[in-house]
Write a protein that binds this ligand. Sequence first.
Ligand code: FEO
Length: 173
Amino acid sequence: MLKERVLKALSNQVNAEFYSAYLYLGMSAFADRAGYKGVANWLYVQSQEEMAHAVHIYKHILERGEAPSFADIKAPQASYDSVKEVFERVLAHEKHVSGLIDNIATIAMEERDHATYNFLAWFVAEQVEEESSAEELVSKVKLIGDNPALLYDLDTALAARTFTDPFPPAAAD
Ligand code: FEO
């Protein structure tokens, strides 16, 4: 059983995580078409992570005996000026998501929902990591500037990122 305020906030977060997945998938498509296959890969993996976040929150809602209310997922931006703009948008978006997670944690605390508060601890820690990796990429592209050889090197490095399910079935049960 979840209090109405907590259920609403968690349902909104399911939508926000799916929107994040959609946003990063849109960025990935843009990077792919622009020839930055490594950047596209990094963003695709990022999108996969966001879907895992959405489903994890969805499962928490079900486990607590409720069903989420689903809403439309906003269409993401389709085109960007540069790889630098893409990573700046990633960073800005992750900061926004950190605020959303903090807000749900505050609601859970106010409603004395310790189970949800505890559940959200993983997301609070994850957001620190998400912001940190996006900040690192923004710093790198700023240093690279207009140097195509260095951008090529970064693109090659980002091609190595692989998806690891943060909530594998054995750990989730
Ligand atoms: Fe679901 Fe990028 O945080």
